[in-house]
Design a protein. Sequence first.
Length: 89
Amino acid sequence: MRKPTADEFQKALDEAERMREHDEDPQFIAKTLLNLQHRIGFLEKVMHAAELYLRGEGGREHTLLLRAIEKVKQEDARCAGHDARQFLS
């Protein structure tokens, strides 16, 4: 499956927002798309931090990577309604 163009993706997000605002999402497709878009933002930061870590000296880059991973875990826990501390160990 080919990746949607930036324009296609934005149109899909706009439609998902509209569907959620008008409570027209019986199969939760809009909710799922919007949630995945939200999570992708955090995961892109992890990928960026990992790239820096792999190219860097290790110390500072390692800390940045750990913090980015921690943010993903915290956000996942927040969205799931859990205490984030149980996922950080």
